[in-house]
Design a protein around this ligand. Sequence first.
Ligand code: PGA
Length: 269
Amino acid sequence: MTASSTGRAAIIAGNWKMNYGPREAAKFVQEIQPALSEALQAPGSPLCILCPPAISLAAVRAVLDIPDAASSPQIELGAQNMYFEEKGAFTGELSPNMVHELCTTVILGHSERRTYFGETDELVNKKTLAALRHGLRPIVCIGENEQQHESGETAHIITIQVRASLANLTSEQAREIVIAYEPIWAIGTGKAATGEIANNVIRQIRQEYQALYGAEAASVVRILYGGSVTSDNIAEFMAYPDIDGALVGGASLKPDFINIVRNSRQVHH
Ligand code: PGA
């Protein structure tokens, strides 16, 4: 069974992190758009979400010629972070409404936000609820670090992160969010998890989610893998039934991202 037979539409999201200001971002998207759009026409193609730095969103959007954030083009845009308040004296932050003007999606709780900017599960939960209230699709990131991985604490850490970061959703919201399992030891290291390891943890996330929100929500929520995904290993991850796509960092900055989209296609048996 592949993810396609679960009825969950796959997602390939590119997290550009702090790379490509407006000029470079526009140039890169001009370069990849024709082949990327063509690749996305094939049956079984994923939803593709590009997540440039916030300052480059408008430039990317202009190149993609997206008429309206609410419409659903082949390529959607996502922000990499936002704050949970509506507006006001929060220097340097973006509100959910601001993000919603240009994006359908927002990545929340990425491990780099948690590690370098002190984001906690509680803060990630507030942001998740705010995103949902404003019609944004959150991609909520969770994952254990290397030491936790090696000392066999993954299941415990995942349980805590799921319960705290994803608390207090309504049953409808519980179906809409996207979760990304990103083991920190696999991010930017070139040492991706195996499909089997990723699928096992993702299955556990789904079980934990089921305990919180029931079997129906757990069967429709999409859970992505992230960490050193490339065009060479994406097919291995997609072949596992619980893995519904990928959050791609470094490899989303190159034209080879198009091959990740191509090689992620779900084969109907
Ligand atoms: P990577 O990053 O693909 O460069 O490992 C993934 C991520 O941090 O989302």
